[in-house]
Design a protein around this ligand. Structure first.
Ligand code: NAD
Length: 299
């Protein structure tokens, strides 16, 4: 199968790498060409433009920052839609707004193509391990076709509804992750002001009802003060705004998500938006005037 991949960042690069390892014919394009180099030495074909990926592919995966990026890659004059063959399948693994995903699905159907929104969860660790949870929205036939490709780097997949539905489930995912990180930050901040042995505390917490992947992965990073992304706070802010907009549309108040969004915004305003979302602990600490040095040396 000929698969194109556009967007070779923190997530896209390891995902494309798994497709190569699975023996698929993969052509890749990234705005910053240097990011594709490693994949080319592993057997991918480097495309000089988005249209070149389209011409070489039956299926294309996009893994881009936000809705405008995905829409530009698809619908620009020299974009994917102008170059893909009829009947092609576009799978968008980025996290974008559900409205944008639904609109893209309708526009691609009009152009005689299939679309699946397939946002992922599992972070860089999951992408590197090939163990991502993937929530898919689209027509059944398109989703079945997408699953054949996505299964290469999936630990769990679910078809959750029509185009845009995958993004709604991803919004719920991001509410859960952000809230959980904020609480892990609060709990660790508290423990750090006591005499308890914190690594032992985290181990026992991870054996009970408080256990979570967030506690397991972000807890040690917070203790090490390692906030190298990973998943940037700026991207999580984008996702929380998508969740708040979806809740507003549903006529629902989501106060904890609102509060967590404000904590993320405080960090962005302080210039920390490029750090990993584990840096949420700093927002908690700053409320009480606690300033600890980071792994690299700065507070
Ligand atoms: P990233 O910024 O590391 O990667 C995005 C890549 O897209 C970059 O390499 C950039 O050069 C490229 N790009 C941007 N615009 C482009 C264009 N017009 N044409 C070609 N390439 C373009 O971001 P990421 O962390 O890999 O995240 C990608 C998406 O996945 C986002 O929507 C994010 O919210 C989502 N996501 C990220 C994580 C994570 O842990 N990092 C986890 C799950 C989902």
């Amino acid at each position: 199968m000929k698969v194109g991949f556009i967007g070779l960042g923190v997530m896209g690069k390891p995902m494309a790498g798994h497709l190569i390892d699975a023996g698929l014919e993969v052509s890749v394009y990234n705005r910053t060409p240097a990011k594709a180099q490693d994949l080319l030495t592993r057997g991918a074909t480097g495309a000089a433009s988005i249209a070149e990926v389209g011409k070489a592919s039956e299926v294309v995966i996009t893994m881009l920052p936000d809705s405008p990026d995905v829409e530009a890659v698809l619908f620009a004059e020299e974009g994917l839609v102008s170059s893909l063959p009829p009947g092609a399948l576009v799978i968008d693994c980025s996290t974008i707004s559900p409205e944008s995903a639904a609109r893209i699905g309708a526009q691609l159907a009009e152009a005689g193509m299939q679309f699946v929104d397939a946002p992922v969860s599992g972070g860089e660790v999951g992408a590197v391990a090939g163990k991502l949870a993937i929530m898919m929205g689209g027509e059944s036939e398109a989703v079945t076709r997408a699953q054949q490709v996505l299964s290469v780097f999936a630990s769990a997949m679910a078809h959750v509804g029509p185009a845009g539905s995958g993004q709604l489930v991803k919004a719920a995912n991001q509410m859960l992750v952000a809230g959980n990180i904020a609480l892990v930050g609060e709990a660790i901040s508290l423990l750090q002001r006591t005499e308890v042995d914190i690594p032992s505390a985290l181990e026992v917490l991870n054996g009970g009802l408080a256990a979570s992947r967030v506690l397991e992965v972000k807890g040690p990073a917070m203790l090490e003060r390692n906030f190298t992304p990973g998943f940037r706070l700026d991207l999580h802010y984008k996702d929380l705004r998508i969740a708040l907009a979806a809740a507003e549309q549903a006529g629902l108040a989501v106060p904890l998500t609102g509060l967590t969004t404000q904590l993320v915004q405080a960090l962005r305003a302080a210039g920390d938006g490029g750090e990993d979302h584990g840096a949420l602990i700093k927002a908690i600490e700053r409320l009480s005037g606690v300033v600890l040095p980071e792994a690299g040396g700065t507070a």
